[in-house]
Design a protein around this ligand. Sequence first.
Ligand code: SAM
Length: 170
Amino acid sequence: MEIGCGNGHFMVEYCRMNPGSLFIGVEIKKKRCLKAKGKIERQKLTNARVIHGTAEAVLELLPDASVDSFHLYFPDPWPKARHRRRRFLRRDNIAILQRKLKIGGFIFFITDYFDYYLHTKVLLLLQAGLELSGQTPSQSVFRSVFARRYAEKGKEVRALAAKKTGEPSG
Ligand SMILES: C[S@@+](CC[C@H](N)C(=O)[O-])C[C@H]1O[C@@H](n2cnc3c(N)ncnc32)[C@H](O)[C@@H]1O
């Protein structure tokens, strides 16, 4: 599942390379969903779905321990201090992602915001039942609209991956 799949660049690339996996992209903006849907249809992919809605609402509908990996690439950084609580990767959402992952499943995250990277790294380290991993997200993500935009500007991007090791006790 990709949270904030935008125009679907990563999703389409991933689905082409992994025909045996079912991929769900969730995107809050309708225009971007339609662009992603167009790409899926043009490439005749049968393993990709786009859901127009908030990731929070979609996650509520998923059974626990049902997802192989969550991909979050360049999620909105909300750089102003007073807006940080709007970031998707907050403590409560990380706990939900952990619960929805299968054991051995991954959260992949890339950002160009050092502060978002650092904060998320700490939250992932503190979340019971997750451990940081050296696994890197697929290179195809670097062709996404936002990845290209940042590469052109020479902005550094940082990646994190966390693996589900078990269920938190208590
Ligand atoms: C900066 S864009 C990155 C898009 C894409 N991942 C890429 O790399 O090109 C972040 C995307 O997340 C979407 N988004 C933000 N909050 C969301 C939420 N709560 N649920 C679903 N999508 C969300 C935005 O509409 C936007 O398309």
